[in-house]
Design a protein around this ligand. Structure first.
Ligand SMILES: NC(=O)c1ncn([C@@H]2O[C@H](COP(=O)(O)O)[C@@H](O)[C@H]2O)c1NC=O
Length: 191
């Protein structure tokens, strides 16, 4: 089954996977201590698609944010400003809305906050923001309503590996984020 980009978020762990039929030449790099970025590999063909390079993980003092596009930045900024995680997700997802591509690709995001974790998705037909108390998956296609997901990883690399090796088609690269004391550990892997 092809579900496109997806994330898994629980109270202390998160993971994000780029799956892609159209843009497989991508990797996740560490932009700085608090940021992981999806971008093209050196051999990637040039593209003017605005949706395939973005920060996919950002850590703030108020929690970690994961997602499949440029909305990750305003979610992180609002979280850092003191917005509740639910409101940071809802406002950023609604203002950017689904992607204006051939598929009306949804935007998905998750927050691992100090007190609670949330996942969100904005689709053409809905905006959903759910608090989660167990690992929960949401994807751009097919699995576009949050659902519980069996997830065992307890460190960042294992989290990235677990989603990278999940039985969904066209794996490209993945990121993991795990609560670590007062902060978070980050990791990324290529398929
Ligand atoms: N976030 C991403 O990494 C990403 N990769 C591809 N897309 C969008 O999704 C469309 C379909 O891509 P694909 O056939 O690889 O699933 C692309 O034309 C692009 O507009 C993305 N946008 C949202 O998921």
């Amino acid at each position: 089954m092809y579900i496109g980009r997806f994330l898994v978020v629980g109270p202390d762990v998160g993971a994000y996977r780029v799956s892609s039929r159209s843009f497989p030449n991508r990797t996740i790099s560490r932009r700085d201590d608090d940021t992981l970025t999806v971008g093209p590999t050196a051999d990637a063909p040039e593209t003017d698609n605005p949706y395939v390079a973005y920060n996919c993980v950002r850590v703030t003092d108020a929690g970690a944010v994961l997602g499949n596009g440029s909305h990750v930045d305003p979610v992180a900024e609002k979280l850092a400003m003191g917005y509740p995680a639910r409101d940071a997700l809802a406002t950023a997802l609604l203002s950017l809305d689904y992607e204006k591509d051939d598929y009306d690709t949804p935007r998905i995001a998750g927050v691992i906050g100090d007190d609670a974790a949330f996942v969100g998705i904005v689709r053409r037909d809905a905006l959903l923001v759910h608090e989660v108390t167990e690992p929960t998956l949401v994807a751009t296609y097919e699995k576009d309503t949050p659902e519980a997901y069996d997830f065992d990883a307890t460190d960042a690399e294992a989290a990235a590996r677990e989603v990278l090796e999940a039985e969904f088609e066209h794996a490209v690269c993945a990121a993991g984020v795990v609560r670590d004391g007062d902060g978070f550990s980050l990791a990324s892997l290529d398929a």
